[in-house]
Structures are given as structure tokens and as C-alpha cells.
Design a protein around this ligand. Structure first.
Ligand code: PNS
Length: 160
């Protein structure tokens, strides 16, 4: 059953197969799923925001109800602006829970009408993170099965 507009926010530096698994699940639940890339001036990302958006658009183009966008500032302000009622986040393991709980409760304090919905990615991806992907790419390990082929290519080009 589709009910609303949801935002799936994150850094996506870069998008992994774990993110894609969650996007595929979220796309089935909501009228519109907005994958929102945080423009964070403090972090030093491997890929620029436009590179990340580019890759996300490419790997989500098969879903017509998925949009890729960029946001800065508070997530709750962006959600209000986009008319979204749900924030979608993935929880891979118990270790994610504490950080996610803090963020969800803070967002609820800032905007009580916004609900955070947690989904579990497929078990195959429970150990996968952008940070580990960046690290093993920089050390020359194979990336097959961890990221979509286009991301693998861009990662190889970036670190070579
Ligand atoms: O993929 P990440 O880096 O874990 O995503 C974190 C993100 C982008 C969801 C979070 O940092 C965020 O929402 N930042 C926007 C600023 C904000 O609203 N901060 C208060 C959240 S409690």
C-alpha cells in the first residue's frame, strides 16, 4: 500500500548495493521516495555532491517513483519544503541503532509530524557501508557485489 512522500537522506559517498536494496524496498511503500544527498561542507567526501547525485540518478533510473535531490541545513526543514511525512533510514545491525535513535528522536522534537521509518536491508548487505567500500577501493580490493558496476568504475577511476 502506498501512502505518502518519504525522504531517504544520507551522504551516499558512494551509493552501495545496501542503499539500493533499501531504495527498492522504500519505492514499493511510498508514492514518492526522495533520495536526498546532504551537502555537508564540513565532511571531506571522496565524491563531490554532483558526482554522487549523478551515480544515484543512474542506478535508480528504473524506478519512476524515486527522485534524487540535494539538501542542506536541517533535514526537517527540507522535509517540510518537500511535503514529506516520513524519513526512511536503514538499520543494518544493533550498532546502528543508537545513532539512528538519537537522530529520529531529535527530528521528532524538531517536527512532531514527521515519522522516521526504519527498514532492514537484505542480510547480504548487513556488513556493508560506504566507508568500508571507500577503504577497500583505495586499497585495491575487488568491489564486485558491493556497489553497482557504474559505481565500481567511478571508484576505480577516482582512486587510481
Ligand atoms: O549517511 P549518513 O551520513 O549517516 O546520513 C546522515 C544524515 C544526512 C541523515 C544526517 O546527518 C542529517 O540528517 N543531516 C542534516 C542536518 C540535520 O538535520 N541534523 C539534525 C539531525 S538529528
Amino acid at each position: 500500500m502506498k501512502t505518502s512522500i518519504a525522504i531517504y537522506p544520507g551522504s551516499f559517498d558512494p551509493v552501495t548495493n545496501g542503499h539500493l536494496d533499501l531504495i527498492e524496498r522504500g519505492e514499493k511503500m511510498f508514492d514518492l521516495l526522495i533520495v536526498a544527498v546532504l551537502q555537508n561542507v564540513e565532511k571531506k567526501p571522496l565524491f563531490s555532491v554532483s558526482e554522487r547525485v549523478d551515480m544515484l540518478r543512474e542506478v535508480t533510473k528504473q524506478w519512476k517513483d524515486v527522485e534524487v535531490d540535494v539538501f542542506d541545513g536541517l533535514l526537517v526543514d527540507y522535509a517540510r519544503k518537500r511535503g514529506a511525512g516520513v524519513i526512511l533510514r536503514g538499520i543494518r545491525a544493533v550498532s546502528d541503532y543508537e545513532y539512528e535513535l538519537q537522530m529520529a528522536l531529535m527530528n521528532r522534537k524538531l517536527e512532531g509530524r514527521l515519522e522516521t521509518v526504519f527498514m532492514l536491508p537484505g542480510l547480504t548487505y548487513s556488513y556493508l557501508s560506504s566507508k568500508l567500500v571507500r577503504e577497500i577501493a583505495q586499497l585495491g580490493a575487488p568491489l564486485t557485489g558491493l556497489v553497482p558496476p557504474i559505481v565500481e568504475e567511478r571508484l576505480k577511476a577516482k582512486v587510481s
